[in-house]
Design a binder for this molecule. Sequence first.
Ligand code: C2G
Length: 133
Amino acid sequence: MSIRTVITFGTFDVFHVGHVRVLKRAAALGDRLVVGVSGDALNVAKKGRPPVFSQEERLEIVSSLAVVDGVFLEESLEQKRDYILEHEADVLVMGDDWAGKFDWVSDVCEVVYLARTPSVSTTGLIEHIAGLP
Ligand code: C2G
């Protein structure tokens, strides 16, 4: 029987329980989980600000999780198909904030969107911490 590889992508900045849950659920969809961690430059381009933690720190955090088998740097959203082929992924998993956005890779793998964990986000945490006395 062949190994089913799952791939997912994210910034995973100020790592929180929503991140853990999506990675655990992604891992449960196959035998091996590979994670593309968005680079600092991609975040500046996409969100207009650099992440709190550097890409090296975020790669180290994500790669240390028991459910994660491998990590790599995601440098561009448009290269998704190349990353999927390079890592021989059978399934792309994304949170449903991206619902429909990556259906264009469904010619090379299955695409699954998982419901986000409510009430927790990196932006919310940054705002909370910034507002503390
Ligand atoms: N997530 C979640 N629940 C939350 C917050 C995040 O399930 N409360 C999920 C997101 O849906 C995503 C993953 O955690 O699947 C990582 O989230 P982000 O770090 O916000 O990722 P993002 O910046 O959207 O990067 O190629 C796409 C990008 O790399 C995605």
